[in-house]
Design a protein around this ligand. Structure first.
Ligand code: MG
Length: 222
């Protein structure tokens, strides 16, 4: 069983938390003891609370996210607004409580793969430091193929392993006809299919809007 996965995105607000919580719920229902870790958050702890609830509230919310800054901007700038700095040692060390007594830890980054977590560390750098494979999330809307392949290519160039790709329907796709190739509903499903073909054998899933599980199912625990 892998020690964990690092959920990152092609951008901010692409549905990372929805995907991370779906992964956590699926692992919990399979009997896996799941830890959850958000190394740093800005604008509040909503993501950490969602991850914590999905995992069944293990340890404490402070263990899920040891560093929260108020302004909803990049972590290093948000910290600076408060006259502080992101603790880079803690970004890495904060995962330790989840290494003991848990089978697996699901980490949710902040922003996109190359977004800064601190003055010197990006999400990619932390994922590498933690030794975790990536789940790349993108919003299931037009452009998903280009955005996702750009992020996957960057990840591989940086020597990071990929575990899966998930497209996330962040808004209801509407009632458009399923056979209309330009409907948001169809674009989401066709994009998933095209990415699965381009990245095979990497698993590529879709988290439909309001759905509780990624389809087709992905074996997150290995
Ligand atoms: Mg999030």
């Amino acid at each position: 069983m892998p020690r964990g996965i690092f959920v990152t995105g092609t951008d901010t607000d692409v549905g990372k938390t929805a995907v991370a919580t779906a992964i956590v719920r699926s692992l919990v229902s399979a009997g896996v003891r799941v830890g959850v870790y958000k190394p740093v958050a800005t604008g509040g702890s909503a993501d950490a609370e969602a991850l914590w609830a999905a995992a069944g509230r293990p340890l404490s919310l402070a263990a899920v996210c040891p560093q929260v800054f108020l302004a909803p901007i990049s972590p290093p700038r948000s910290a600076r607004v408060q006259g502080r700095a992101v603790d880079e040692q803690l970004l890495g060390r904060g995962i330790e409580p989840w290494r003991k007594g848990f089978d697996m830890v699901v980490v949710e980054g902040a922003g996109g793969l190359l977004s800064p977590l601190s003055d010197t560390l990006s999400n990619a750098a932390l994922a590498g430091r933690l030794g975790l494979p990536l789940v790349i999330v993108d919003a299931a809307r037009l452009g998903a193929i280009g955005r996702t392949l750009a992020t996957a290519t960057a990840a591989r160039a940086l020597g990071l392993a990929l575990a899966a790709i998930v497209l996330s329907e962040t808004v209801p796709p509407g009632a458009g006809a399923p056979d209309d190739p330009a409907s948001p509903w169809r674009i989401a499903r066709d994009s998933r299919e095209d990415l699965a073909a381009a990245l095979a054998p990497l698993p590529v899933g879709l988290l439909a809007h309001g759905a509780s599980a990624v389809e087709p199912p992905i074996r997150w625990a290995g």
